[in-house]
Design a protein around this ligand. Structure first.
Ligand SMILES: *Cc1c(COP(=O)(O)O)cnc(C)c1O
Length: 360
């Protein structure tokens, strides 16, 4: 990786399906002239995902952020929603966009800490929005218990968690609803897209209406819906991607284990009991910023996650909540490149630099 022929490596390089298979599906769309509005490709994708994840309903949407917003609104929530700050801003934005107030709780490990959640529950609290960070469900069992005891809704931001398990069951049916992101940088992608999964039929029906302007039939509008429909072209990409998703996981698994060989204890490890998509290679280190600078100089676009923490971003930062564990993680955490372009040699070079800078 010298400077004149520098190979650039990214976090979340898109995983692509077979081009010819995708074209076959595009031809089907061309012939049917059906481009969007709950078409056959979207329906097939929803059916396949619901079956795979063993959940009664799957409602595909235009992206994960709209999916989260729709769930909050479809549940008829008002007031405050407890959410980690240790997440992508969309988690909090979805709550804010739905007209509710996100209230940040701290994390333990990389997941919402039930003890911190308990300290911010009061009479205005209506829900907990949990994030399956890096595809792992954290303390979801205790949060479910906490939600039940306090009569709160429980929504899961499952953006990272497609084909990951909790208690050895695939993530999808947890809480009132789970919301996946199928953005291009995620493990499973429809370019842009997402899905709401739930065992609550009435909630699923409401989400279907809300993603399509609130239409309940040709001339009947029953709620203030938005436009969050997934197009047939996006669904076709997703269906083709599903056909090769096990290959993607195999490759991720290989990359993760190569990193693990070199970095060992510095890495955030996936629970060996659970199934994972191995999409994220995450390290924690004291001299994170020095390592990051050196890596960028050699074309390795490692990324700070989730820096500086959503509670330190607009508009949430004006409240100045104290989240010491989140702040510490934001200071120490780095995501390393994955995807098809990353070879064993690349991993060796990256890890060599990390070790060298760490020893200085
Ligand atoms: C990617 C992501 C989202 C947003 O999903 P989009 O499909 O890009 O809207 C939300 N939450 C988390 C944790 C994410 O990583």
């Amino acid at each position: 990786m010298n400077s004149n022929s520098q190979k650039i490596l990214h976090v979340g390089e898109p995983n692509l399906p077979d081009f010819d298979d995708f074209c076959d599906r595009l031809r089907t769309i061309w012939i049917a002239k059906r481009l969007t509005n709950d078409g056959p490709m979207v329906r097939e994708l929803e059916t396949r995902i619901a079956q795979m994840l063993d959940v009664k309903n799957c409602v595909c949407v235009a992206n994960g952020t709209l999916g989260l917003e729709i769930v909050v609104r479809a549940l008829g929530l008002v007031g405050e929603v407890i959410v980690p700050s240790w997440t992508f801003p969309a988690t909090a934005h979805a709550i804010e966009l739905a007209g509710l107030t996100p209230v940040f709780a701290d994390v333990k490990g990389h997941h919402l800490d039930p003890e911190s959640v308990e300290t911010v529950i009061h009479d205005k609290t209506c829900a907990i929005m949990h994030v399956h960070t890096w595809g792992q469900a954290g303390a979801i069992d205790r949060l479910r218990e906490l939600a039940r005891r306090n009569r709160l809704a429980l929504i899961c931001d499952a953006a990272h968690a497609f084909l990951c398990t909790h208690n050895e069951n695939l993530i999808g049916p947890l809480g009132n609803a789970e919301v996946f992101s199928f953005h291009a940088t995620k493990f499973f992608s429809t370019v842009e897209g997402g899905a709401i999964t739930t065992n609550d039929d009435a909630l699923a029906e409401m989400c279907r209406m809300m993603r399509n302007f609130g239409f309940a039939g040709y001339d009947s509008v029953r709620c203030v819906g938005t436009n969050a429909k997934m197009s047939e072209v996006h669904a076709a990409f997703g269906l083709t991607m599903l056909d090769c998703i096990n290959d993607v996981r195999e490759r991720n698994f290989g990359t993760y284990h190569t990193y693990l060989e070199f970095l060992g204890d510095a890495m955030v490890r996936y629970d060996p009991v659970e199934q994972s998509n191995f999409q994220y290679v995450v390290v924690e280190m004291n001299n994170r910023d020095a390592v990051l600078g050196t890596l960028w100089n050699m074309g390795v676009r490692a990324r700070k996650y989730f820096f500086p923490g959503v509670h330190r971003m607009f508009p949430y930062s004006i409240k100045m909540v104290d989240l010491p564990v989140t702040d510490e993680l934001a200071r120490r955490t780095l995501c390393l490149p994955t995807g098809q372009s990353v070879t064993k040699d690349d991993v060796a070079k990256i890890c060599h630099v990390i070790k060298e800078v760490s020893c200085q």
